[in-house]
Design a protein around this ligand. Structure first.
Ligand SMILES: Cc1cc2nc3c(=O)[nH]c(=O)nc-3n(C[C@H](O)[C@H](O)[C@H](O)COP(=O)(O)OP(=O)(O)OC[C@H]3O[C@@H](n4cnc5c(N)ncnc54)[C@H](O)[C@@H]3O)c2cc1C
Length: 267
């Protein structure tokens, strides 16, 4: 079996950047990532990369792919299921193949943070969604509640406001945590109502979501609820290799991005 110098797991901005550098340093490298672009796909507008100021996350992902093609970086759209150390090599099993590498870069990002709400499982995909990306046409003329208060939630509310009849942005703190540019945009969106210091505690409806219940006893009639309450570290694969994490669960690295396991780096 072919042994790569380097296998990068994850095809988001971190994995693709690692791939670009690996290629420039002449390494025989493979990127394995289930979703090219990773979380960037969910961004309505990316405005904080130099030279890029009015692209959607999906358009930026397209640019990532063009860059990859231009540098002839090999990649596979597969899901890594297991990692194993075999002497000086790593064995990587995906849903389709097996690969071997001398070095690994783990760039598998984060997972959506799920929150505890009564009846949430009942309404998942029946009105309740996580991270909708730029998929807003479905919400045309609907009443939508968004949970969260950082950039992703505010961005989602602004984007939805263009299609939806009404958007509630529900945040547990007294002040939103988004960048000023997004705060000014949400202020201008007349059909967005921000509800501070509130948590959604219960969901009601027959076959689909009809109402969200807040901890201040208020009930809101909605067609949909979107949860953008942040991310948690993706730790699914790290146990296979005994990789150490910090208190928050993120992979511990030194100044050179090396983990506690020799020849395994994280980005
Ligand atoms: C709505 C929204 C808007 C945003 N807007 C901006 C913005 O404007 N500007 C900005 O700088 N940031 C923005 N962000 C944040 C940005 O998207 C993330 O910081 C960035 O994507 C993190 O990159 P990453 O490569 O570390 O991880 P990710 O983007 O999460 O990529 C992880 C990669 O790993 C892959 N993966 C995971 N597990 C496996 C596995 N087992 N096998 C194979 N592959 C796997 C995934 O498929 C993916 O390819 C936004 C985020 C959201 C949710």
């Amino acid at each position: 079996m072919k042994v790569y110098d380097l296998i990068i797991i994850g095809a988001g901005p971190a994995g693709i950047t690692a791939g670009i550098y690996a290629k420039n340093f002449g390494l025989d490298c493979l990127i394995i990532g289930e979703k090219t672009g990773g979380l960037v796909n969910a961004a309505y507008k990316v405005e904080n990369y130099p030279g890029i100021f009015n692209l959607s996350g999906k358009e930026l992902t397209q640019k990532f792919l063009e860059h990859q093609k231009y540098l002839k970086i090999t990649s596979k759209k597969e899901r890594v299921l297991h990692l194993l150390r075999k002497g000086a090599r790593f064995s990587i099993s995906t849903n389709k193949n097996k690969y071997q590498a001398k070095t690994l870069i783990l760039a598998f990002g984060t997972e959506v943070r799920k929150i505890k709400i009564k009846n949430i499982e009942r309404f998942e995909n029946k009105g309740v969604s996580y991270r909708i990306g730029d998929n807003t046409s479905f919400y045309k003329n609907k009443i939508v509640a968004v949970i969260g208060g950082a950039n992703a939630a505010v961005m989602t509310a602004v984007m939805l406001a263009k299609q939806a009849k009404k958007v509630y942005l529900i945040y547990r703190q007294a002040k939103l945590r988004a960048d000023t540019i997004w705060l000014s945009r949400i202020k201008k969106a007349k059909n967005v109502e921000i509800i501070y210091k509130a948590n959604v505690v219960d969901l009601k409806g027959k076959s689909r979501l009809e109402k969200v219940v807040l901890d201040n006893k208020k009930q809101l009639k909605v067609n949909s609820l979107i949860i953008e309450a942040g991310s948690v570290p993706n730790t699914f694969l790290i146990h296979d290799l005994g990789i150490k994490t910090n208190k928050q669960g993120y992979i511990k690295t030194d100044k050179s991005q090396a983990t506690n396991v020799k020849e395994v780096f994280a980005a």
